[in-house]
Design a protein around this ligand. Structure first.
Ligand SMILES: NC(=O)c1ccc[n+]([C@@H]2O[C@H](COP(=O)([O-])OP(=O)(O)OC[C@H]3O[C@@H](n4cnc5c(N)ncnc54)[C@H](OP(=O)(O)O)[C@@H]3O)[C@@H](O)[C@H]2O)c1
Length: 293
């Protein structure tokens, strides 16, 4: 990944915009920025209960007028792109270029830098977003995150009904605690310009886990004999569609399941950015027992 940092003097950003602020990761980022006493603005798609001490702009991330309003007076942006298409990002990137904040973009470890086309649409859209941000001269700080532990919250309805989690299997990867990713994001969002780490940031957990491993860790935390049952792609597809998931997303998830290779890469980048090692999924499970009750 190219170096990605502008040097603009010593002062850290003081006014931060968080996109996806109601999401699993975004709300952790907001909470940490608020704890540090910074001025935080949340971009949320729908009106949510107000969060003391944080402003909110309500609207769609793909709407340039919303993004312009959200960027007014902002020094740094935590940017996610939760879509499967980067085309609407051109206008958003133009707004970012006009406003000129530090941009911290949350990407994925699934990107293969050697490949002309990525293995699946999710990796592809992040590759495209990184390219757009670099090409616009925004010098983004890119955080490539491994699979977030918080994704397993999606299993909660099944675990309330029984001891089996069934779904798409996916290649083993170094699942990372979203609280560690949030800590790393806050470290780069708030870093003094002259102290910003200019290396690439690849955020992983400390061990490579399958979905069956994650279910087993949840079972240990919940003290129940849980197991994972991998579903064939066609059955998983029809179930996800029946659950109301949009077809392009379902197809992207199937492509990731079928085509994404196993990743054995474990880095110390969480520790480099935050000063402490990444937490285990077993610890995440113990800390989130209530989410599955
Ligand atoms: N999850 C992973 O394993 C992983 C790994 C690497 C990178 N990432 C990246 O990290 C991002 C955040 O992950 P997450 O787990 O926190 O996702 P999440 O819990 O699904 O949160 C995404 C948030 O984005 C909001 N959103 C979606 N479309 C929007 C739009 N068009 N305009 C404005 N807001 C919109 C959603 O709003 P609503 O609450 O209204 O739905 C939601 O609050 C992902 O979108 C992905 O790009 C994720």
């Amino acid at each position: 990944m190219p170096d990605s940092t502008r040097i603009e003097g010593p002062h850290p950003p003081s006014s931060i915009l968080v996109t996806g602020a109601a999401g699993n990761l975004g709300r952790e980022v907001v909470a940490r920025l608020q704890a540090q006493g910074g001025h935080v603005r949340r971009l949320v798609r729908r009106q949510t209960p107000p969060r003391a001490g944080a402003e909110s702009v309500v609207g769609d991330l793909t709407d340039p007028a919303v993004v312009r309003e959200a960027l007014a007076g902002i020094d740094a942006v935590f940017l996610i792109w939760p879509l499967l298409d980067s085309a609407p990002a051109h206008d958003v990137v133009a707004e970012l270029t006009a406003a000129g904040p530090r941009v911290v973009y949350l990407s994925t470890t699934a990107i293969d830098d050697e490949a002309a086309r990525q293995s699946d649409p999710i990796a592809q859209v992040h590759r495209d977003m990184e390219g757009l941000l670099h090409e616009a001269g925004l010098h983004p700080v890119v955080l490539r995150s491994d699979t977030l532990a918080s994704n397993t919250r999606g299993w909660a309805p099944q675990l309330r009904a029984g001891d089996v989690v069934s779904g798409l299997d996916i290649a083993r990867t170094a699942v990372v605690d979203e609280r560690d990713v949030a800590d790393a994001a806050v470290a780069v969002l708030l870093a003094r310009h002259d102290r910003l780490d200019q290396g690439s940031h690849v955020l992983t957990g400390p061990e490579v886990l399958s979905r069956a491993d994650q279910v087993a860790h949840l079972g240990a935390a919940l003290r129940r004999p849980l197991r994972f049952q991998a579903l064939p792609a066609d059955l998983a597809r029809s179930r996800m569609l029946a659950d109301g998931r949009p077809e392009p997303l379902v197809d992207a998830l199937i492509a990731a399941s079928v085509r994404r290779p196993e990743s054995n890469r474990i880095t110390d980048h969480v520790e480099r950015l935050t000063g402490r090692p990444a937490g285990t999924f077993a610890k995440w499970a113990l800390d989130h027992v209530a989410d599955f009750g």
